[in-house]
Design a protein around this ligand. Structure first.
Ligand code: ADP
Length: 250
């Protein structure tokens, strides 16, 4: 589970990136964060991976209160939280297999474990047969599959996907979203950001919308006629929405 309770984040003295953001995400949920550029989406993701620290408020992930995190806990935390980005961030001089294996090597997993696990994950993401390809021998969609394989190979509880379809054409975008849904069905909480309205409409999942650092709506589903909402125009939180899962009711 992920709990944000009145979390604010200021960069420097003025820039308020998040203003008392609260939400609760159940284990195994699939949640989409939307909002215009600058609304605060990446800041939320960076707080969850502890790349940034909240200015005030409470963050609890999987029962761990981030206020109690020590330096040494952060590496452990990052094993529980896999990340995928718009620009894939693959190692260009390593093959598909090696890119995925690297995520296990750096946390000291044995060769045996690596040889056992990596092919299964490559198969899961639909890249069986491409193990020996280098990133520049893959399409954009395939590169993102490698990035997803690398993010899930350590079996994280949470997968964060920041604009995972941002560099992909519509067909590959939807394939990647379906893959994220498959991973979610296997028990991983997925938090994704997107600006892609067709994906939002088709996906029909919980959508948390941010505007100027605040949650302005939190509900299941998205209609194309709501399209302005993705661009961050204000609309009031909906009382019937999942946003009513307020922290106080936990
Ligand atoms: P989004 O991901 O929705 O585009 P961000 O979380 O990146 O939004 O940014 C939210 C706000 O915080 C923006 O006003 C942005 O300019 C500001 N911001 C983000 N990162 C930094 C930073 N490292 N230093 C100063 N301001 C930042």
């Amino acid at each position: 589970m992920i709990l944000l309770d009145r979390v604010s984040k200021k960069y420097g003295k003025k820039g308020v990136a998040l203003d008392k953001v609260s939400f609760f995400i159940e284990p195994k949920e699939f949640v989409v964060l939307v909002g215009a550029s600058g609304a605060g989406k990446s800041t939320i993701l960076k707080l969850l991976t502890r790349e940034e620290k909240e200015t005030s408020g409470k963050i609890v992930v999987g029962g761990v209160d981030y206020a109690d995190l020590k330096e040494k806990d952060i590496a452990l935390l990052r094993r529980k939280v896999g990340t995928v980005f718009q620009d894939f961030k693959l190692l260009p001089k390593r093959t598909v297999f090696e890119n995925v294996a690297f995520a296990m090597e750096i946390v000291g997993m044995s060769n045996k474990e690596i040889k056992n696990t990596v092919p299964k994950v490559i198969e899961l993401v639909g890249l069986a047969g491409k193990e020996k390809n280098y990133p520049d021998q893959l399409s954009g969609g395939e590169k993102q599959r490698v990035a997803i394989a690398r993010a899930v190979v350590r079996q994280p509880k949470i997968l964060i996907a920041d604009e995972p379809t941002g560099n992909l054409d519509p067909k590959h975008s939807w394939d990647i979203v379906k893959l994220l849904e498959r991973i979610n069905k296997r028990g991983t909480t997925v938090i994704m950001t997107t600006h892609n309205q067709e994906i939002l409409a088709k996906l029909n999942r919980r959508v948390i919308k941010l505007d100027h650092g605040r949650v302005v709506s939190d509900r299941v589903g998205f209609r194309l006629e709501d399209d302005e909402s993705v661009d961050g125009s204000s609309d009031e939180p909906d009382a019937k929405s999942t946003g009513s899962r307020k922290v106080s009711s936990l």
